[in-house]
Each structure stands twice: as structure tokens, then as C-alpha cells.
Design a protein around this ligand. Structure first.
Ligand SMILES: CCCCCCCCCCCCC[C@@H](O)CC(=O)SCCNC(=O)CCNC(=O)[C@H](O)C(C)(C)COP(=O)(O)OP(=O)(O)OC[C@H]1O[C@@H](n2cnc3c(N)ncnc32)[C@H](O)[C@@H]1OP(=O)(O)O
Length: 248
């Protein structure tokens, strides 16, 4: 398979690309590169295990009912592990914005722990499968992209997939997440879970139901920022456009 480094043909762009990669790695340091390689291989493997488990479950049972329960431990482990991505940005070993990564990772952690894990009656909703499939395909592609890129042997197909699949998968994932939160609303209202009513010794009140409504509304300003960030990355990586990013 053609490597993305080969794209420029002989000489010129290809050599310049390799030189840029070497400079980047030298700047990042050996330990950081080794850690990122390990991290990305582990995450690719984790999401591959999830993909295989989901396909096997569906082939054996012929339904998605019970799917979440059967894969939840692996999902929780690898999605929670992704918190390290925020750390990678903070300590500067990856050149991504802390804010963009923070919004992306925290919305996933929120979906996993505060919605799907905590509200059992919604675990069999169709919308859960929607975001699980979108996340899984995305993460297998994304982490294998980072791994091959670090190893300087990036197949063009993976690069292409990384910067094209998201065009469909991002909206699919968002629809799945929003429908799942929506499905949780009646249960949250009925049980008053995670809510704090007055009077109480802290003298504060918190209503999880309204928090969920605000969270759903926050997708409207936040999601386009992530989507346009990815479209800019796509133009930069696939079409070589020079993009001046604003600082955080
Ligand atoms: C508490 C309540 C919270 C409520 C919040 C409500 C928020 C609502 C809005 C949020 C909506 C999110 C919905 C979402 O969950 C749905 C889905 O995900 S559906 C599936 C589709 N999703 C995607 O395609 C996005 C996947 N995510 C990402 O791509 C990243 O997380 C993101 C931060 C968005 C973008 O990544 P990045 O900026 O890093 O882009 P690049 O991949 O192009 O990388 C840029 C450079 O950094 C290097 N890099 C990054 N990470 C690594 C790594 N781990 N190892 C090595 N190198 C890395 C990469 O190589 C690039 O370097 P260079 O440019 O030098 O080549």
C-alpha cells in the first residue's frame, strides 16, 4: 500500500515531509514519542477489541439488546483512559488545542459515566448503538493513524479515512448522543437522580434534569467548533493548505 510519504514522488515534497517529521520527533523527545506510540497502539487494540465484541454479539444474538451490558467494561476502560489526551496537550507532547480536546473527551466521559452507566433503562436504546458504532470506527482509524504516523509508515488509506470518515461519523455520533440523553430525561425527572433539593445543609440546589437540557443545548455552539476544527485539519493534511490557528 502506498505510504503518504510517497505521495510527493521522488525528491522534493517527500524529502521535505520526512525532514519535517524528523524535526518534530527530535523536538518531542524520545521518551514522549515512545509513550505516544505505546498509548496509540494500546488504544487501537482496545477499540478493535470493542469492534470485534460488538460484531460477535450481534451475530450471535441477532439483536442489540444487551450489547451495551456485554461491552461496557472495555468501553469504560478505554474511553476513560482517553483522559490522558488532555494531559498530552497540557504538557505539550501533541500539538492539539487543550480546549478542543477537553470538550471532545469530557463529552464522551459524560456520556459513558453520567448517562449510559448511570441510567440502566436507556442502555438498550437504538441511539446507544448509533454512537457506539460511530465512536468505535472513528477511534480505530484515529489511533492507527497516529501510530503509523509516529512510525513514519502511514498508509494513504488510513490518512484518507482519518480525514474523511468523520464527515459522516461526527453527525451520526452526535445524533446518537443527543437521542440517548433525550431518552434519559423522563427517568431523570421521575427519580430526581443526582439532584439536590433545598433545604439542605449546603444550601445549594441542583437539578440534573435541567443540567441535561443545558448540556443538550450546548451541543449547538460546541459541536460546530469541533467539526470545523476537523474540516480545517482535513484541508491542511489532505490538501496541504496552510492554516493559521488561533491560540487557546
Ligand atoms: C461535563 C459535561 C460536558 C458536556 C459537553 C457537551 C459538549 C457538546 C459537544 C461535543 C460533541 C462531541 C460529540 C462526539 O463525542 C461525537 C463523536 O465523536 S462521533 C465520532 C466521530 N468523531 C470524530 O471524528 C472526532 C474524533 N476526535 C478527534 O479527532 C479529536 O478528539 C479532536 C481533538 C477533535 C481532534 O484531534 P486533533 O486536533 O488532534 O487532530 P489531528 O488528529 O489532526 O491531530 C493534530 C496533531 O496532533 C497530533 N496528535 C494528536 N493526538 C496524537 C496522539 N495521540 N499521538 C500522536 N500524535 C497525536 C497529530 O499527529 C497531529 O500532528 P501534526 O499536525 O503535527 O501531524
Amino acid at each position: 500500500m502506498a505510504s503518504s510519504e510517497d505521495e510527493g514522488g521522488n525528491g522534493g515534497p517527500s524529502e521535505a515531509g520526512e525532514e519535517k517529521e524528523t524535526v518534530k520527533k527530535r523536538r518531542r523527545g524520545f521518551l514522549a514519542t515512545a509513550w505516544l506510540t505505546f498509548y496509540n497502539i494500546a488504544m487501537t487494540a482496545g477499540w478493535l477489541v470493542l469492534a470485534v465484541a460488538m460484531v460477535r454479539f450481534y451475530m450471535e444474538k441477532g439483536t442489540h439488546k444487551g450489547l451495551y451490558k456485554s461491552i461496557q467494561k472495555t468501553l469504560k476502560f478505554f474511553q476513560t483512559f482517553a483522559l490522558l489526551e488532555i494531559v498530552h496537550c497540557i504538557i505539550g507532547i501533541v500539538p492539539t488545542s487543550v480546549i478542543v480536546t477537553g470538550v471532545q473527551v469530557s463529552s464522551r466521559i459524560f456520556m459513558v459515566w453520567l448517562i449510559t452507566h448511570s441510567i440502566k433503562p436507556i442502555q438498550n436504546e437504538d441511539s446507544v448503538v448509533l454512537f457506539l458504532v460511530a465512536w468505535t470506527v472513528t477511534e480505530i482509524t484515529r489511533y492507527s493513524f497516529y501510530t503509523f504516523n509516529l512510525l513514519n509508515h502511514l498508509p494513504y488509506f488510513i490518512k484518507w479515512a482519518r480525514y474523511n470518515f468523520f464527515i459522516i461519523l461526527y453527525p451520526v455520533g452526535v445524533v446518537g448522543e443527543l437521542l440517548t440523553i433525550y431518552a434519559a430525561l423522563p427517568y431523570v425527572k421521575k427519580t430526581g437522580m443526582f439532584s439536590l433539593r433545598l433545604p439542605n445543609k449546603y444550601n445549594v440546589s441542583f437539578d440534573y434534569y435541567y443540567f441535561l437540557l443545558i448540556t443538550m443545548a450546548s451541543y449547538i455552539p460546541l459541536f460546530p467548533q469541533l467539526y470545523f476544527h476537523m474540516l480545517r485539519q482535513r484541508r491542511k493534511v489532505l490538501h496541504g493548505e496552510v492554516i493559521v490557528e488561533k491560540d487557546d
